[in-house]
Write a protein that binds this ligand. Structure first.
Ligand code: NDP
Length: 240
């Protein structure tokens, strides 16, 4: 059994998940970097963490797959002897207007973002801290993101129910709701959409993945032991 705390961060091969993995490792946590398809990128994150004096493993698993998640978390607990922190971060977008949205685009987003979060909680409920990445879109709604907003609003309901159920085991469950953060997910947005988004942000600019990672670390730390069932917005003031 590892003496260090062990965390699983889903979708940690890039973007926000990568920043969360690096932050947790910097704080002395052993991080399991989960990814779906891109093993090379996951290895790069592991390498960076090692170069910075931390320790991490990688594990490929599609979070939307219930039985694959069962095997994943069983393996982690058997290999490292513990699981202290779970960050359900993996997420995708398949944007489009509601009236034209295909069934497969709706299902894919719900399967990864909402069911993936459920799968993580379902098989990791030994861990003391669970943090789910929602979105400002799940709070405010967003034209062109009906599937994504539904999945992220669902993550908030799931977070609150899990917080109530798991409190008696001393497990806290919280959500972090980022606004627009500079990652590959937002890079693809047109300049017009990016400029419109900035006009809706009181602090006037997109955030960085590190801004989200700091909030996640706080909720994962011993200092947040009396906080559960909450949604912490990291959005430059978009939703208030
Ligand atoms: P990116 O697209 O940059 O990265 C997504 C990550 O999720 C990748 O590591 C990818 O791994 C992984 N992933 C996707 N699907 C699966 C799956 N089925 N199983 C396992 N891993 C998967 O996204 P961001 O970093 O921007 O977003 C991270 C989270 O933050 C998401 O939940 C997103 O919805 C949320 N968010 C992002 C915002 C933003 O502005 N960027 C705003 C609000 C919320 P691989 O490459 O190997 O497939």
């Amino acid at each position: 059994m590892l003496e260090q705390k062990v965390a699983v961060v889903t979708g940690a091969s890039r973007g926000i998940g990568r920043a969360i993995a690096e932050k947790l490792a910097e704080e002395g946590v052993f991080v399991v970097i989960n990814y779906r398809g891109n093993e090379e990128q996951a290895k790069q994150v592991q390498q960076t963490i090692k170069e910075q004096g931390g320790n991490a493993g990688i594990y490929g698993c599609d979070v939307s797959d219930f039985s694959a998640c069962e095997a994943f978390f069983k393996d982690v607990i058997e290999t490292y002897g513990r699981l202290d922190i779970l960050v359900n971060n993996a997420g995708i977008t398949r944007d489009g207007l509601l009236m034209k949205m295909t069934e497969s685009d709706y299902d894919a987003v719900l399967q990864t973002n909402l069911k993936g979060t459920f799968n993580g909680i379902r098989f990791a409920s030994r861990s003391g801290r669970i943090i789910n990445i929602s979105s400002v879109s799940g709070i405010l709604g967003n034209a062109g993101q009906a599937n994504y907003s539904a999945s992220k609003a669902g993550v908030i309901g799931l977070t609150k129910s899990a917080a109530r159920e798991l409190a008696s085991r001393g497990i806290t469950v919280n959500a972090v709701a980022p606004g627009f953060i500079k990652t590959e997910m937002t890079e693809v947005l047109s300049e017009q959409v990016q400029n419109h988004a900035k006009s809706q942000i009181p602090l006037g600019s997109f955030g960085n993945p590190e801004d989200v990672a700091e909030a996640v670390w706080f909720l994962a730390s011993d200092k947040a032991g009396y906080i559960t069932g909450q949604v912490l917005n990291v959005d430059g003031g978009m939703a208030m």
